[in-house]
Design a protein around this ligand. Structure first.
Ligand SMILES: [Zn+2]
Length: 599
């Protein structure tokens, strides 16, 4: 374990409990169980009766349900954070498992409440959701019922669930087993090396072009060996998806995802069309990158080649200072809140054995401030990670005035503050660099991140649409899927990037296609939404700030559409989505200027 500047930066969990053996943990669990039993005795059978419950009765139920969930969350958050910070300790593993079991017991007792609400007659439910006494819960109550028209009868749902284990879920497991066992053979410095999927993908970021080329060849050669089974798995899952859509009365394969995202289909169509219209921004950047790499044209394996000079090392105290200053320039409130995370021990940043990798922000319930975990290793990527997670943290702090059921945001707006925070810190850092090579590396990295989340995820979604359309007519063959993949990508890369024919296997290892179909457009949505908001901030200046803070304070208390309306955002207006691309275009223009200085 190498030493780093974040050594000793650990979180202080004493706001939750004093230790894994704190007797209050068991006391809270006992109390939750007792309260859930009382809740069940008082409310079971009182919702799904003709005419529905009295609004005040429903309100009491919702408030009590929230309180039980909050207490439960306090214990499960504590167990989860202890475990994330030190997964090797047996007593933490034991606590996590115990809490999980007890929480399931309690939640099973509460489950009837949701189900009874969903069973209520539509008109009765709508009248209640719109009642003044239930004002705080109107959105939540309506939300729960969105899937009601698509539910099967209870015995049918049960059969589907049980059969899924040997059906859809089994195919998912088969895919995971095949892709995680893949071994890629590559000769490096005269030695034959055996690499995993993530190791071979990492080589595509290396400066050595010959190495990148051979890594890509090895990747697709190995994937092509599994063409029959990978296509078969995908084909079976699409057929299952189409069958369930028919049984559940969904009009198209994306509809279920739209419902979960609280987004209507036309807004997604608009967003995807505008994204495609902006593919030429990518072509310009790829040509520019070819020039920077002194190549006549990029080949696919040059896409992630490094340019410029990396800004390093970046010690933790400097990250703290940069982030706080960048946030302060946006809003003093942002700085104030972020400072608390550093000063009050809400961040665990040091790298140590047994600690979970990656980074996350836990904002489990409004009565508690959020906690952040990351693994800080003194480079720029980690500064951006801290800025990102702190953005989540500020969102979690600002929305603490919401009650438990209104606290969380849907996927589409979950990154509203995190990506915004990253943009603030990014701009702050670029402005302070004198070396154009360092600026170049910073901006190119930002552009390539944006391309990966906006353009590429759009390509993936277009590909899924095409494959689903094809499957309606006939069983899929490896040949046909490969062609559709090359077509969807061809529109994005255009003449600017050469695609080797072996790239036809590029679809075959992407887990989203298997485990969470039509998920990828949510990335486009989230990223573009924030870039557009950031553009608005730069256009409107200080006047934008209070509206934005209000948006964060609202948490998940209404639909994204309703919450963003006061900011003048209209998801159906192509001009709104275009703002995000103007921001990306601006970044590409900055690279153009730098390139003129350097090349
Ligand atoms: Zn995030």
């Amino acid at each position: 374990m190498e030493a780093n500047s974040a050594a000793g930066i650990r979180w202080d969990l004493s706001d939750l409990f004093s230790g894994h053996d704190d007797p209050r943990i068991n006391a809270v669990l006992e109390e939750c169980l007792k309260r859930a039993e009382g809740f069940s005795a008082r409310f079971r059978g009182t919702l799904s009766r003709p005419g529905g419950p009295a609004p005040e009765h429903l309100l009491r139920g919702l408030e009590e349900w929230e309180e039980i969930e909050e207490s439960l969350s306090r214990v499960s958050t504590y167990a989860g954070l202890l475990y994330a910070a030190d997964s090797a300790r047996a007593e933490y593993q034991d606590l996590e498992q115990k809490v999980e079991q007890r929480a399931t017991e309690v939640r099973n007792l509460l489950l009837f409440f949701k189900l009874e609400w969903m069973e209520l007659d539509g008109e009765v439910a709508e009248r209640l959701a719109g009642h003044a006494a239930l004002k705080n819960y109107g959105h939540y109550l309506r939300n729960l019922r969105r899937f009601a028209p698509h539910r099967l009868s209870e015995p049918e749902e049960k059969i589907v669930n049980e059969k899924d284990n040997a059906g859809k879920n089994a195919f998912g497991r088969l895919f995971s087993e095949i892709t995680s066992a893949l071994v890629f053979t590559l000769e490096q410095q005269g030695e034959k090396r055996e690499l995993t999927l993530s190791e071979i993908l990492a080589l595509l970021h290396q400066p050595d072009r010959e190495l990148r080329k051979r890594a890509m060849e090895a990747l697709y050669q190995e994937l092509s060996r599994h063409e029959q089974v990978l296509t078969f798995v995908y084909d079976a899952l699409i057929q299952d998806h189409l069958t369930m859509d028919r049984l559940r009365r969904y009009p198209d394969p994306m509809r279920e995802r739209h419902l979960a995202n609280e987004i209507d289909p036309q807004a997604v169509d608009r967003m995807m069309e505008v994204t495609e219209k902006n593919y030429p921004i990518a072509h310009d950047y790829f040509r520019l990158k070819a020039k920077l790499l002194r190549l006549p044209q990029l080949v696919l394996y040059d896409q992630y080649a490094p340019v410029g000079k990396e800004l390093t090392p970046f010690p933790f105290h400097q990250a703290r200072q940069s982030i706080l200053e960048a946030f302060a320039a946006f809003s003093p409130r942002f700085r104030e809140l972020a400072e608390e995370f550093f000063d009050r021990g809400w961040i665990d940043a040091e790298v140590r054995k047994g600690k979970r990798g990656g980074a996350f922000c836990a904002a489990p319930y409004p009565r508690l401030h959020p906690y952040i975990l990351c693994n800080y290793t003194d480079n720029l990527r980690d500064v951006m990670t801290v800025a990102h997670e702190l953005g989540h943290g500020l969102h979690g702090c600002l929305s603490r005035k919401q009650s438990f059921l209104n606290y969380d945001t849907p996927l589409t707006t979950a990154e509203t503050a995190s990506v915004f925070g990253e943009m603030l810190v990014f701009d702050y850092l670029v402005e302070r660099q004198a070396d154009p090579q360092v600026q170049l590396a910073l901006i190119a990295g930002k552009i390539e991140d944006a391309f990966a989340t906006v353009f590429r995820q759009n390509v993936l979604t277009r590909f899924e649409q095409a494959v689903f359309a094809k499957r309606q007519a006939a069983r899929l063959t490896p040949q046909a899927v490969g062609e559709l993949w090359l077509q969807a990508n061809g529109r994005y890369y255009g003449e600017a990037v050469e695609m080797p024919d072996a790239y036809r296997w590029g679809w075959s290892y992407i887990p989203h296609f298997i485990h969470s179909r039509f998920y990828c457009y949510s990335y486009v949505f989230g990223q573009l939404l924030v870039l557009s908001l950031y553009r608005m901030y730069r256009e409107e200046g200080g006047g934008f700030v209070p509206k934005y803070l209000e948006l964060l304070e609202a948490g998940g208390s209404d639909s994204p559409e309703a919450l963003l309306r006061p900011l003048g955002v209209d998801f159906h207006d192509p001009k709104f989505w275009q703002k995000g691309f103007d921001e990306i275009r601006g970044l590409v223009e900055r690279v153009e200027k730098l390139a003129a200085q350097i090349v």
